[in-house]
Ligand binder design. Structure first.
Ligand SMILES: Nc1ncnc2c1ncn2[C@@H]1O[C@H](COP(=O)(O)OP(=O)(O)OP(=O)(O)O)[C@@H](O)[C@H]1O
Length: 260
């Protein structure tokens, strides 16, 4: 899937590899997360939830998948995060040269390089302190000391990135405001320094102030990260979106401009 051949007519005024200013991104480092012809049928069922899904998302851009409830949006994120295995198809990172041709064989996108923030992440907070919450999934064996050390050094970066650096790590996560709980959920993922961040309904359940807060934060994170979100909040997210797709019932994905 070469980027030069995939800009759809629905995005004609904003071709995939042109910045919003209209300036062509001149970079020999152009790379995309690519989902190629992914199908998914849960084990033991006859019903396919994803049908021949393909997409190409340039690194450090913001992609949005929208569509009706039950169409398969969350299923796609779960596959990208490595939580479910596709029945067929592949997920990789492809680098391109200036002429638009692939520079080297595609790299498999390893689940360790993908962070996912589920819908209503605060419902899954378990710990009594922010520190325990963030370190909950860290490896605990003696042999993992250097990994823990690395994660600890990432922690400061992650908390600064989401604007939580002034909050005490001893605070109870449940005492945070709605917007700050979402920041914490994002920080837990950022500590792992993911290449790709997946967000399932990042604004759901937040009041107007927290929504504005999270939008501002995503705008900031987009400068450094490749983000793929699933959402019904199209209008609010539209300013962030570089490329969008509609998921149709039956797990059929089509590139389409946001209907806002
Ligand atoms: N393990 C599974 N086995 C069978 N069906 C499943 C399984 N997981 C999800 N489904 C079904 O797959 C369909 C797609 O679900 P999914 O959660 O991906 O939709 P969605 O587009 O994210 O919906 P929403 O916008 O409501 O979150 C739904 O009909 C759901 O009931």
């Amino acid at each position: 899937m070469r980027p030069a051949s995939v800009s759809s007519s629905s995005h004609a005024s904003f071709p995939r590899f042109w910045g919003k200013s209209g300036a062509l991104r001149v970079s020999s480092e152009l790379a995309c997360v690519e989902v190629k012809r992914v199908c998914y049928r849960p084990p033991g069922t006859q019903h396919s939830l994803l049908n021949d899904v393909s997409l190409s998302l340039p690194l450090k851009s913001f992609g949005l998948v929208f569509g009706r409830s039950g169409s398969g949006k969350t299923t796609l994120l779960q596959i990208l995060a490595g939580l479910s295995t596709p029945t067929s198809g592949s997920i990789c990172v492809q680098h391109y040269g200036d002429d638009g041709s692939p520079k080297q064989p595609p790299e498999t996108l390893l689940p360790e390089r993908v962070g996912i923030v589920f819908q209503f992440p605060e419902r899954y907070f378990l710990a009594d302190t922010i520190l325990e919450e963030v370190t909950f999934g860290w490896p605990r064996q003696k042999a993992d000391f250097s990994t823990r050390e690395q994660l600890a050094s990432n922690l400061q970066y992650a908390f600064s990135a989401v604007g939580l650096h002034t909050i005490s790590l001893e605070e109870n996560p449940q005492s945070l405001s709605g917007g700050f709980k979402r920041r914490l959920a994002l920080a837990i993922q950022l500590v792992q320094k993911p290449a790709v961040l997946l967000l399932d309904e990042p604004l759901a359940g937040l009041d107007w102030k927290a929504r504005a807060d999270v939008l501002k934060l995503l705008k900031h994170l987009k400068k450094e990260l490749t983000i793929l979100a699933v959402s019904h909040d199209l209008k609010e997210l539209s300013a962030l979106v570089d490329v969008s797709w509609r998921m149709e019932m039956g797990g059929i994905l089509k590139e389409e401009r946001l209907p806002v």
